[in-house]
Every structure is written in structure tokens, then in C-alpha cells.
Write a protein that binds this ligand. Structure first.
Ligand SMILES: [Zn+2]
Length: 318
């Protein structure tokens, strides 16, 4: 069993990517597993529509994981300093390739990782999945798993044009533009730091725009080591029971993703200028052209991986 752990900012297309991957035989999307603790405590709805404690899938997975009689622990420490220290130690271990660094991790990291590893194994056992998708998105979540789980957990760095991410957040939630821009920049810098070890740790880097532009090729690259066995358990559940994600998201019947570039037409000039000042260089480093042009240019191709498949495609001039 391998786990593809999606890492990126929200509004980057993780629900879409998970939905597409979960259409492949032997792939099961679990959603934002990091939030299971919260969903279980508040009995929130699973994607299947049932409250999670009434959902047959999760009830069975929890029982198989030996967690039926207590609450699962899937969240990093809520104490901010503990979270930062734990993640810093895990990152050091990731970069140096020395898991002994994990000894420095605070106990909470061990507890969380142990519960998540049990949940992964239980979900794979129930569904017969050869690949699980964990769309938690949080870099810290991956770092704990990478250092402590002993499982084959691979980071999938999901990148999207920062202007599209920021505009999508502002449109949906009315978030303050500076906050949205700085958050995107912080997550992106962590992605780039994780990418330093891509060769050793089998890190994949994938652009949202490439997923929409060439979905089959992009998914093939991400699933290069996926070996679906004979269906076991109850058979693949796709992503019918995923946790969290974009509310109301539905993949079109033919599975063709729709590239959302509304920011290029809708983003006000002052917010675009603010973005350019605070994060424009970083966005260009990812391969996105400046101004109001959308698409990916050469630097993304140099980053390697599926990102290289997307050609520059100017859609609107400044
Ligand atoms: Zn369900």
C-alpha cells in the first residue's frame, strides 16, 4: 500500500485531484484525514451524506483500526509552539533523511501518527486499495507521517497560480487579501522546501493547470508506482466517503476537469498589484507569468514532473 499525501493551499484543486485519482481502479480517496478527529467529535457529515458515526464505511474503518471505543487523534498539537517545534524537527529529519531526528518530536506527533497509520491500514484492508489518497493538504501532517509512520507515504505538492488561489478565497469567504496572499506564500515556500528532497523521497510536484490541461498524462505520472491487485475487501470506494473538501464539488459525468481562470478577468487591479508586490516573484518562480496572463511558462517545466506538460497559454493581456 502507498499513500499519496496531497500538500498545498486550499482552493488549489485538491478535491478535484482526489476525485480524478479515485476513478482509477484500486485508488481510494479518504479526504482530509487530518480533520477526522473533528468530524468524529462533532459527528459531521461524510461525503456520502450520512453523519460520520452512522456511515458504514467509517464505522467499519474505525472498528478495524481498533479505535471504535475512543476518539481518533488526527490533528497536530493545538498548542502553536508544540506544533512548530514538532514540525521543525520532522522537517529536519526529512531534509537530512535521518529518521532518528524523529526522537526529538513531541509525544503528540507519535500519537497522531500511530492513529493515522492504523486508519490507513484499516481503510486499505476494507477496500482492497493499493493506493490511498490523503488530501489533508497540511505540510506538518505529512512531515509527521513521513518521519514516524513507517509507511510508504509520498508527498504530492499541488501548486496553483497564486492569483487564482487568492481570488478564489476572497470570492468565497471575503478573506482579507493580505492574509490570503501571505498564507499562500507561506504554504508555497514550505512546498519548495519539501521539493528539495524530491529525488530521494519520491516527491511529486503537480500543477492544477496541468491536471486540467492533460489529466490522463498527469494522473499516469502520479500513479507510476500504483499496482492495483485483485479487488479485496468491499471493493474500491472511490472517494464516496471522503472527509472535508470543497462542499458541493461534483466531477462532470465524463470526468473532464474544467480549468477555472476567473481571476484573470475578475481580480481587481489593486488586489492584483498587492499580490505582485507581496508574492509576484514567488509566483513567477513557479512558472506563472506576470500581469494578467494565465498559464505556465518554462520554469515550471524545469521543475520536472507532470508540470512540464502544460504549455504557456496567454489568455488575457494586461
Ligand atoms: Zn460515508
Amino acid at each position: 500500500m502507498q499513500v499519496l499525501c496531497i500538500i498545498g493551499d486550499s482552493r488549489s484543486g485538491s478535491t478535484l485531484l482526489q476525485a480524478l485519482l479515485s476513478r482509477r481502479p484500486g485508488v481510494v480517496g479518504l479526504g482530509e484525514l487530518r480533520r477526522l478527529e473533528l468530524f468524529w467529535a462533532e459527528n459531521r457529515d461524510c461525503a456520502c451524506g450520512a453523519p460520520i458515526r452512522a456511515c458504514g464505511f467509517w464505522s467499519d474503518v474505525m472498528a478495524r483500526a481498533g479505535l471504535a471505543d475512543r476518539h481518533p487523534r488526527t490533528r497536530p498539537p493545538t498548542w502553536r509552539l508544540a506544533k512548530l517545534l514538532g514540525e521543525a524537527a520532522a522537517f529536519a529529519g526529512h531534509v537530512t533523511g535521518m529518521r532518528s531526528t524523529s526522537r526529538l518530536l513531541l509525544p503528540h506527533g507519535h500519537r497522531v501518527t500511530a492513529d493515522i497509520a492504523r486508519l490507513y491500514r484499516a481503510a486499505a484492508e476494507r477496500t482492497g486499495a493499493a493506493t490511498l489518497i490523503d488530501a489533508s493538504k497540511d505540510p506538518g501532517h505529512f512531515l509527521y507521517l513521513d518521519q514516524l509512520s513507517g509507511l510508504d507515504v509520498r508527498p504530492v505538492l499541488l501548486i496553483r497560480d497564486g492569483r487564482a488561489v487568492v481570488w478564489s478565497k476572497i470570492r468565497r469567504t471575503g478573506i482579507d487579501p493580505t492574509t490570503a496572499i501571505d498564507h499562500w506564500a507561506r504554504i508555497t515556500r514550505m512546498q519548495l522546501a519539501l521539493n528539495h528532497r524530491r529525488r530521494q523521497s519520491r516527491t511529486a510536484i503537480v500543477h492544477y493547470e496541468a491536471i486540467c490541461d492533460a489529466p490522463a498524462r498527469t494522473l499516469d505520472a502520479l500513479l507510476a508506482d500504483h499496482r492495483p491487485g485483485p479487488a479485496g475487501g468491499d471493493g474500491p470506494a472511490g472517494d464516496r466517503h471522503h472527509i472535508g473538501g470543497t462542499p458541493g464539488f461534483r466531477l462532470a459525468g465524463d470526468g473532464a476537469p474544467h480549468l477555472d481562470l476567473r481571476w484573470a478577468d475578475e481580480m481587481p487591479d489593486d488586489i492584483l498589484a498587492l499580490f505582485e508586490r507581496r508574492a509576484g516573484r514567488l509566483n513567477m518562480r513557479l512558472g506563472y507569468p506576470a500581469g494578467r496572463r494565465a498559464g505556465i511558462t518554462a520554469p515550471a517545466a524545469r521543475a520536472g514532473g507532470p508540470a512540464g506538460s502544460a504549455a504557456a497559454r496567454p489568455l488575457a493581456s494586461a
